[in-house]
Every structure is written in C-alpha cells, then in structure tokens.
Design a protein around this ligand. Structure first.
Ligand SMILES: [Zn+2]
Length: 281
C-alpha cells in the first residue's frame, strides 16, 4: 500500500484498468473476496471461489504456480502481487451508484451462503437502490449476491420464468426469495463441474444461453438474445414463457425477432420449422 503502480496485467478483466502510477489506498478482504482500491477510486474485485489464490513475491522471485493460471499481476517497486485462478476479476469505480454508503458491502456468496444469508440476498434484491433497474441488471450486481455470472443470469431467469426486463420494483418478496434460491441451487450444482448444466431438457445442458434462434425446450418459442446494461453483456431469454412481471411495453415486435439484419439470416430464421408453423397458425 502507498506505492505507485508500475505494472498491471489482467487478461480476462471485466471493467476499466487502473492507470500506471496510481497508488493503492486500501486492500480489504471479505472471505474469498478481495478488494483493492486505488487513489482514483478504481476498485479491483477478485473472488477466489475454490481454486483461486493471491501470492506476494519479490520482484524477480519465481512464482509458485504456473503462468497460465495467472489472472492478475499488480507490480509496485520491489513487490509483485499475483492472483491465480480466480473466477471473478473485475473493476469498478467507487462512485458507481451501487457503491453508495446506503448499499454497503458485497452480498453473500451464493455458493456458500447459509439460509439466513440467502434470505439477506433476497432482501438486498428487493431493496435494490435503483428500483427501475431490471432484474437482469440486479442479478449481476455483486452487492446483491456474489456468484452470478453472465451465463447463469440467463439460465436463472429462464428457470424462474421471469422476464429479464422486469424492473426490480415489480418483484414481490416471494419472487426475490425464489430467484435467489434458484440461483444458489444452480451455482452449487455446478461448483465442481467443468461443463455448466442447468437443465437436462436440452442437449448441452443450457436452456437459453447461446441458443438464440433455437427452440425453447419449455414452450417451443424462439430463444432471443440482446445486449443489455452498461457493459452490454449478452442476455438470452425466451419471450414465449418468461412472462412473469414483463413490463407493459410491447416486447414482441417483428423488429425484435429479426435480430440479424442480414437477409440470409432473416430467411434462415423465417424458415425454422416452428417459426413457419407459428406464422401459419
Ligand atoms: Zn419458452
């Protein structure tokens, strides 16, 4: 701490990078979460889950883990801190709306949370500071609960039949409990496995993620994709059966359905057997 950054490397970083010569002001550890804050209000958050670890070395000292497992390198004069195998590596600004004092610390980890902590996550979701935010945005916010990534977000919302565009203010307390419990169950079931499986109804194991243009295993409608949120991360959902708390604004225009403007792609979509059937019917 108190030393200027001389090198920063994080190949899979999600968020802005700290600038050279910025000084580390604060390092905080909550269980498997580590937060490093620089003096320009940038915060690096890593979550170690089962496999990750931080090591501190003298410059030039040999690392005790393979370079391929490196996720973050933070170098200051004389010292280098290396994070290995952390599943979550992200940065954000302290003055983000989610960092305001009323909202406080990161939420409990859904992979290890007790019953009481799951209940706390549900409350954090229901009392989300921005009530106009969509459930899709709030689920990714680690201040509600830690552990939900982009893939699981889509899968959790499908499992709960929740519209990803549902504003948080429309959720009932039981909806919050339901979605948090579903999220926790799904994450725990996948903790040890390499391939993510959230449903046995679809070959490949994922219900909607990466399946745009394909048929929903539950209702037969066509899975859609859209980029949402400030980081424009891809979200997949089924407009046919994820109707819970869907906002009033029309979601199913033809323009919505033809995501790919290329004529060949549009023709391909129109020719899908279930699309033909629904157009004819
Ligand atoms: Zn469906």
């Amino acid at each position: 701490m108190g030393r200027a950054l001389t090198r920063f490397d994080a190949p899979g970083l999600y968020g802005p990078r700290p600038s050279a010569s910025r000084v580390i002001e604060r390092v905080e550890c909550h269980g498997k979460h580590l937060e490093i804050a620089w003096d320009d209000d940038l915060v690096l958050h890593t979550h170690l889950r089962l496999s990750g670890s931080w090591h501190l070395y003298r410059i030039g000292e040999r690392w005790r883990k393979p370079t391929e497992q490196m996720r973050v390198v933070i170098e200051v004069p004389d010292w280098v801190a290396v994070c290995f195998s952390a599943p979550i590596v992200e940065t954000y600004r302290e003055y983000d709306r989610f960092r305001h004092p009323g909202f406080g610390r990161l939420g409990p980890d859904l992979c290890t949370a007790s019953e009481a902590e799951l209940a706390e996550c549900a409350v954090r979701l229901g009392e989300y500071p921005d009530q106009t935010a969509t459930i899709a945005e709030a689920l990714l916010d680690q201040h509600v609960a830690c552990g939900v990534g982009n893939v699981f977000r889509s899968e959790i919302l499908w499992a709960c039949e929740l519209s990803p565009f549902a504003p948080v203010r429309s959720l009932l307390p039981e909806d919050c409990v339901h979605v948090i419990n579903a999220a926790s169950r799904m994450l725990r079931e996948n903790l040890q496995s390499v391939h993510r499986v959230t449903t046995t109804a679809v070959p490949g194991g994922l219900a909607v993620y990466g399946r745009n243009g394909q048929r929903c295993a539950r209702c037969g409608d066509t899975v859609q994709v859209r980029r949402v949120g400030e980081h424009a991360r891809t979200m997949y959902w089924c407009p046919g059966c994820q109707l819970l708390h869907q906002p009033d604004a029309p979601k199913r225009t033809d323009a919505d359905r033809e995501m790919d403007p290329h004529p060949a792609a549009a023709k391909y979509l129109a020719d899908l057997p279930w699309r033909r059937a629904s157009l004819a019917g």
